[in-house]
Design a protein around this ligand. Sequence first.
Ligand code: GLU
Length: 459
Amino acid sequence: MVPERGHVTTRTAIQARLDALRDEIERRNPAQPEFHQAVREVLDTLAPVLAARPEYADPGLLERLVEPERQIIFRVPWQDDHGRVHVNRGFRVEFNSALGPYKGGLRFHPSVDLGIIKFLGFEQIFKNALTGLGIGGGKGGSDFDPHGRSDAEVMRFCQSFMTELHRHLGEHTDVPAGDIGVGGREIGYLFGQYRRITNRWEAGVLTGKGTGWGGSAVRPEATGYGNVLFAAAMLRERGEDLEGQTVVVSGSGNVAIYTMEKLHALGANPLTCSDSSGYVVDDKGVDVELLKQVKEVERGRVSDYAERRGASATFVPGGRVWEVPADVALPSATQNELGEQDAATLVRNGVKVVSEGANMPATPEAVRLLRQAGVSFGPGKAANAGGVAVSALEMAQNHSRTTWSRQKVEEELARIMGDIHRTCHETAERYGVPGDYVTGANIAGFERVADAMIAQGVI
Ligand code: GLU
């Protein structure tokens, strides 16, 4: 057990307790390195708030926070187009519901395991708290690989996945959405199967739906748009704006595409996109409509984009996108895609702002190096919260059976991202670490969840 479970007051005692808790988490959750990393990153910033607010040092609070309320693992059998049976593993981690129903995406990717889903679910608790919209934290997914699968195969997989998952969901219980490998197509198949099994038109049970049947305007764009707004707010703190800035963007999925769309709209120039095979640098700036066509319609690769784009674009097989010099970097692909060496390269090339569109794309070593070099760093749980925030707005529309205009949702998104930026900034100042958005986001999110957990008793 964790030693020292009584009230602790001194900074050394608090640190000792946090260290012991971290060791305990690593021992009790073996082979989950991403989960350890996500927890460590939060615990490392909490000492000042535990010292200032003794009620948070209550024994049991942190121990409850790092243990999911419920973890569901299930078999997902499905048949491919040749009649062969495949068996995947499905997950849903319902991490914390102190602030509202569990909320968070589903990821379909071969790398998915319990540790990945727990890291994402843990991050989601704080991210969702920062939106201020009354949503708890959860995450799910499967090690299913949708690449190269036909629509019919994806449909059969989604139907099998939902055949088990439906019993754990509900508009007031747990509300999934998309993440890597889960977009509008998958949400459609999942919703259809949920509706068939339950015989309920329960629009608020999933978000990211099509706009013709309960989806919200701007939901597909929201994560990328929101991250650009967050990066712009960080630049404003430095007395600059986005206009004319060059930007290196990684990834080529939903987040990356709408990041680039918003960058163009604000007069910045996104130079790159990437996938697991390499990256493209486009001297004229990435043509978002062409990238959408290649990725979303044809489900192709960034090398196909480069081929179609002509002379301005070069595909660099196996290269690291961070070697392209730019003013701003927006990692929008996946966890741990930006390491210490990459951070050093970005700093050498004069980067001013790095903001996480993906979840935990920068390693702890990279974050440290960027911060030491005076780069403004926006952590994903604040910077990419726009996606889940618009999901919560989709739930609000579903509950009230109304549809908001695109303009209204965009205004709300801008307001929410502004609030999150201000909250992180002010919290960092309040705790004596001005400009440290990591500490600001962790403490501000933690305070909201911890207050609700304390008020609701030991459950
Ligand atoms: N997967 C997204 C995230 O990481 C969105 C989740 C949601 O909309 O529920 O926040």
